[in-house]
Design a protein around this ligand. Structure first.
Ligand SMILES: [Zn+2]
Length: 562
């Protein structure tokens, strides 16, 4: 292999894979904080003591365990000086189909300028099937430990209301009762809600009130480990599942709702135990609850509403944010850049319309084939009795190994298809074809899911410039090395955006829906198109075979450790 091709091939592979691994590694909760931490600090170790007591056994509404947990929470809040009361409301028990008296636990800490309050909200009932360590003892513990730390610090300007709702699992009954019947609802100026759909991973901002630009700016300023994507706000609106915050939001309240998703198989099951709960995730919850209660507790809460924002993480917890109104001009701008680059390519005869069409078809083939292959593999693997038995909610214990395996298989399928198509269609044309799909996604998202538009616009900027560079790299061995390395470096931003998101998608949807992260993996590879032929240069089948080897290895690890 010529020297320059070897340099480009190895350097780009190392840079891309390192960027992917590091950016995925950075999507994690903060480290735990021990019991000896100062009193004004949130300690996950102290919070876990509450989780242990609350999540000893299942405690659905109407059960003796429920009453035990209620009494414990009232006692703890009383000891913290929050003067708890039980708000009773007549309702219906969906588990036993009988009348039920709901019992919300409500407490209050007065601020120095009483009036508008910050509401800390979580729920204490579990489903009958499991002890609910994640859902939602983790949220309750985060609120209790935060209230303790708040009391240990200097008083806040605003009141803080604690609302530990009842009957959330039966249809958000407690939150509705608070909104409909409790006089303090009129005092609430800002809501922080904590709930769960798993047993670990990062806690993320998943829902906000409308007009969230100011909230997001304050959130980015105050939270020590902000993890959020405005795309989730759009997705959350499309999904049928709601949380308590949905009720407060519908009542016109401003606020932020945090949840964690990793470990779908533990959700609402007998495996949602203290032992299975990741303490770092509780620390992440607490880092939000305490920092934001302090921050918003000292803000004037009457003018929080503003223009909506787009927001997302870059390199771990760096939160990028800009107004939603920028989405349309950015999309128009990227479309113009797209047309200019393609016109340049056609003029210089680096691109042809037939070639771009062929490139688009090749990319679409990858987008269909990779999810089909990994889904087929999963259907085979799940026929193994011990794997089949371990599936819960479409998720398995060794989900991470399967995720890595399926991602590598998607890479192999993509590489194999391009190895074949590369004999007929030039790299420039295949790159241009893949980016047509990205432009379609950018324009479609601008209309359908504008809060997710950032993926497409920002990834596309760098890839389009990369494509323009590629026009000048006719023969990699004679092109200036600086030009070749520019193409390599331009691939980095796209993978920084897409790799952590693909990981979070895989962790959220569970192993059975492995076709979705596989499609996301292929989409990411579409951004890396300028590099693909360099990786395939040594031997057309070598890179796909190596990827398949890694893929089957990881799947084997998954099967053996399930
Ligand atoms: Zn819940």
């Amino acid at each position: 292999m010529p020297r320059q091709t070897a340099i480009a091939s190895i350097a780009s592979f190392l840079l891309v894979s390192t960027t992917a691994v590091v950016s995925i590694w950075l999507v994690r909760p903060p480290p735990t904080v021990g019991e000896s931490a100062p009193a004004t600090v949130f300690s996950s170790a102290r919070a876990m003591q509450h989780v242990r007591i609350i999540a000893e056994r299942p405690h659905p509404v109407g059960s003796d365990e429920h009453d035990r947990v209620r009494d414990y929470l009232v006692r703890v809040l009383g000891d913290l000086g929050a003067e708890p009361k039980v708000q009773q409301s007549e309702s219906w028990n969906v588990w036993t189909n009988q009348p039920l008296t709901l019992q919300n636990i409500v407490g209050r800490i007065n601020g120095t300028e009483p009036g508008t309050a910050v509401l800390l909200m979580c729920h204490y009932d579990s489903v009958p099937a499991g002890p609910g360590a994640g859902d939602d003892a983790a949220g309750v513990a985060a609120v209790l430990e935060s209230v303790r730390a708040l009391r240990a610090g200097s008083p806040l300007r605003n009141d803080v209301i604690v609302l530990i709702t009842d009957g959330e699992e039966g249809g958000l009954l407690g939150a509705s009762a608070f909104v409909d019947e409790h006089p303090w609802i009129h005092d609430v100026g800002f809501v922080l809600n904590f709930d769960a759909r798993g047993n670990g991973g990062p806690a993320m901002l998943v829902e906000t009130s409308d007009g969230n630009g100011r909230l997001i700016a304050e959130f980015a300023r105050a939270a020590p480990h902000p993890m959020a994507t405005s795309f989730a706000v759009d997705v959350y609106k499309l999904l049928p599942n709601d949380g308590d915050f949905t009720i407060l939001r519908a009542a016109g309240k401003q606020g932020l709702y945090f949840a964690f998703f990793k470990g779908l198989r533990f959700y609402h099951s007998d495996q949602d135990t203290v032992e299975n709960l990741d303490e770092r995730t509780v620390q992440h919850f607490g880092s939000y609850c305490l920092s934001l209660a302090r921050h918003f507790g000292n803000l004037k809460l009457d003018d929080l509403q503003g223009p909506d924002a787009v927001f997302f993480n870059l390199i771990g917890t760096i939160l990028v944010t800009y107004p939603l109104s920028w989405v349309m001009p950015l999309t128009v701008g990227i479309t113009i850049l797209f047309l200019l680059v393609y016109a340049l390519g056609l003029k210089r005869r680096k691109l042809t319309l037939a070639g771009i069409g062929g490139g688009l078809l090749t990319f679409l083939l990858c987008l269909v084939a990779a999810p089909a292959v990994v889904t087929g593999l999963w259907l085979l693997v799940r026929m193994l009795p011990h794997v089949g038995r371990s599936i819960s909610r479409g998720d398995v214990a060794s989900g991470d190994a399967f995720s890595i395996g399926f991602a590598a298989i998607a890479v192999a399928v993509f590489g194999a298809i391009h190895g074949w198509a590369g004999q007929k269609i030039s790299l420039q044309n295949r790159t241009a074809g893949a980016l047509v799909m990205w432009l379609i996604l950018a324009v479609a998202s601008c209309i359908v899911a504008p809060r997710g538009n950032y993926f497409f616009v920002w990834s596309l900027v760098f890839s389009l410039v990369g494509l323009a560079q590629l026009f000048a790299v006719e023969n990699i061995d004679t092109a200036p090395l600086s030009r070749v390395l520019t193409v390599v470096v331009l691939a980095v931003p796209g993978i920084m955006l897409m790799a952590p998101s693909t990981y979070l998608i895989a962790a959220t949807v569970g192993t059975s829906l492995c076709g979705i992260p596989a499609a996301s993996t292929v989409a990411t590879l579409g951004l890396l198109m300028p590099l693909v032929d360099w990786w395939l240069a040594p031997r057309r089948w070598l890179a796909p075979m190596l990827a398949a080897f890694v893929g089957f290895g990881a799947i084997a690890v998954g099967v053996l450790t399930v």
